[in-house]
Design a protein around this ligand. Structure first.
Ligand code: FAD
Length: 572
């Protein structure tokens, strides 16, 4: 049997190694158009920021090491040009420039994704980069060393266009290099895979760290500045604003690399990725595909979905390799897009469907926020962890989770991901058994607390309003008539941070002052994070109040999100 694999990084190299592990005798050829195979894409921003000091650490295996260990013929700097599925052959251009045909019995495509590079005037200027591979990284590093680090004028500036995962990782790493960093983002928030309220915490942190944020701004063109200007690039924004910079990283997204499917019967799906079935077969016999290039139904919505993540690419590669060697026995289940990033001192993570996605696909949902301590409050190092869950109002099925904090975010998001993927409910979160000792968690883990709160909201034991609903109420756009809004924090807290349109009635006084309230008037209570609000709600409901809500996540979420909403001139 002759297996040919196109693409030699995450999906391709993983599949080649798996094929060899389960099939000692067959011929396996790995074709990679660039110089390196099997390297750590995900480490590239950290190499640029000198967190990974040695370039060689990026390479999991060199081509010759891979060839030796796995007895796989590795052809680097060799590009697959086209596929002739009828004759089971591909055309390749080798490193020497020869164009030849290569036959296969089974073919695996893992060509990845290509960065979106908008056709803006001046986009080809020196100093404007995308970051996808080792070559890009080398160019960026060389440019910083030669053009920025050595220059005499003290201003050293970088602009990152696009505030997604890689853009934010790059912001931190370029600042580590001593550059003054500005992020230009077309949307009204950073980190689009998260909801606005969660992103607002990341925004404040970026600003605190000295990053200049330009939200709701779009690049119109890049121009060279005058020769004697020490900063070489001028960016014109659609708003009329301009930014001068030494370099630009375009990080505005990627698209599946599907050029090899041209003139073949390999079907592309609705999203533009290569269509594959559950065995990761394409629509053409004996051709399989994996990784960033493929689309696959989302496990919750059932709709086609693209994932640009290393975990799914590696899992798919293992499954496809098994199926190519042993016949179709392993099924791919799809990915819910569980992702995590370090943004300076914060860890931000998301899994499943956030409010924004649920709205787009018209799925009804509820949302609750919790603000908990990463570990026992009395143990040093405890940090605030903010969690937002989205779930079904019908049966409590957990749709999505977003977590932001300084420590312990990674283990919580993985717990949520497990429940989301198994189509579990918010109640299931209360059944997870977390290992507990004060340095690691609390006896009530943040994931469990998120489950308790969501379950209370879902079962209507604690009706909730989100920050946005309260914001709308306070701006005369609310749906609840005659809503009275009570801040149940202490008078000191109220004085320090009063929200116009709310009244202070501290939790501790509430039972004694019930006569000041009307049990028939809809009432919203809030506190710092939601706990005292919940207690106040119980007192009111226990005393015959008919319509009481608690502000989910309390003033912590409200203040952060509403401030960002106003600062960024967002509209409903
Ligand atoms: P790739 O790993 O990109 O490999 C595709 C390879 O195919 C490329 O080397 C390409 O040169 C080659 N190729 C394409 N066409 C041809 C052709 N015609 N002939 C020969 N070779 C061809 N994911 C995470 O989950 N977490 C992270 O923290 C993370 N960080 C990232 C940071 C950066 C800077 C980047 C760029 C990506 C990051 N990712 C991260 C995404 C992750 O790297 C990808 O999801 C994963 O590598 C996809 O695997 P793949 O095999 O589909 O594509």
């Amino acid at each position: 049997m002759k297996y040919v694999i196109i693409g030699g990084v995450a999906g391709g190299a993983t599949a080649a190694a798996r094929m060899r592990r389960i099939d000692e005798k067959s011929e396996i050829t790995l074709i990679e158009k660039r110089h390196h195979i099997s390297y750590a894409n995900c480490g590239l921003p950290y190499y640029l920021g000198n967190v990974i000091a040695e370039r060689k650490e990026l390479f999991v295996k060199t081509a010759s090491e891979f060839q030796k260990r796995f007895n796989v013929k590795v052809m680097t700097e060799t590009e697959a040009l086209s596929i002739d599925a009828e004759n089971k052959s591909i055309k390749i251009r080798t490193s020497k420039g020869d164009v030849k045909d290569m036959t296969y019995d089974k073919l695996l495509l893992s060509p990845g994704a290509k960065p979106v590079k908008p056709k803006l005037p001046g986009v080809g200027l020196s100093g404007i980069f995308t970051l996808r591979n080792v070559g890009d990284t080398d160019h960026i590093k060389a440019y910083i060393n030669e053009n920025i680090a050595k220059k005499k004028c003290p201003n050293k500036k970088a602009v990152i266009v696009g505030a997604g995962f890689i853009g934010l990782e790059m912001a931190e790493n370029l600042m580590n290099q001593g550059l003054d960093v500005t992020i230009v983002e077309m949307a009204g928030q950073v980190m689009n895979p998260m909801d606005f309220c969660m992103a607002s915490f990341i925004q404040s942190h970026l600003i605190e760290k000295g990053v200049h944020l330009k939200l709701n701004e779009q690049v119109q063109s890049f121009e060279p500045t005058l020769p004697d200007d020490c900063i070489p690039i001028n960016i014109k924004l659609k708003s009329g604003n301009t930014i001068k910079t030494d370099m630009v990283i375009l990080s505005i997204g990627v698209r599946p690399e599907t050029s090899l499917t041209k003139n073949t019967d390999i079907k592309l799906g609705e999203t533009g990725g290569i269509w594959v079935d559950q065995y990761l077969r394409t629509s053409v016999k004996d051709i399989f595909a994996v990784g960033d290039a493929v689309e696959f139904p989302h496990p919750i919505t059932g709709r086609p979905w693209l994932n640009y993540l290393a975990g799914p690419a590696n899992r798919q590669a293992r499954i496809a390799a098994t199926n190519m060697v042993r016949g179709c026995i392993d099924r791919y289940e799809g990915s819910i897009c569980t992702a995590i990033a370090k943004v300076f001192d914060l860890t931000v993570a998301v899994s499943g469907l956030i409010s924004k996605h649920l709205n787009q696909v018209d799925i009804k949902y509820m949302a609750t926020h919790t603000v908990s301590s990463s570990n026992a409050g009395y143990y040093p190092g405890a940090c605030q962890m903010i969690i937002k869950l989205t779930y079904s109002p019908d049966d409590g099925q957990l749709f999505g989770a977003q977590v932001i904090g300084k420590t312990g975010v990674d283990k919580r998001i993985d717990q949520f991901a497990m429940i989301i993927k198994r189509k579990g409910t918010v109640r299931d979160l209360m059944q997870i058994e977390q290992a507990y000792a004060p340095p690691f968690s609390s006896a009530k883990d943040p994931a469990a607390i998120a489950g308790y709160v969501a379950t209370n909201a879902f079962t209507k034991e604690m009706p909730v309003l989100t920050w946005k609903k309260m914001f709308r109420q306070l701006h005369g756009l609310g749906a609840i008539k005659n809503l009275r809004i009570l801040d149940v924090r202490t008078p000191e807290e109220y004085k320090e941070n009063t929200i116009d349109g709310t009244e202070n009635l501290p939790l501790e006084d509430l039972r004694d002052r019930l006569n000041e309230l009307d049990p028939n008037q809809p009432t919203l209570v809030f506190c710092k994070v939601g706990l005292r609000g919940y207690l106040a709600l119980n007192i009111l409901r226990g005393n015959g109040f008919k319509e009481v809500y608690n502000l989910t996540g309390g003033i912590t979420i409200y203040n952060s999100a509403s401030k960002a909403w106003i600062d960024n001139k967002m509209h409903f």
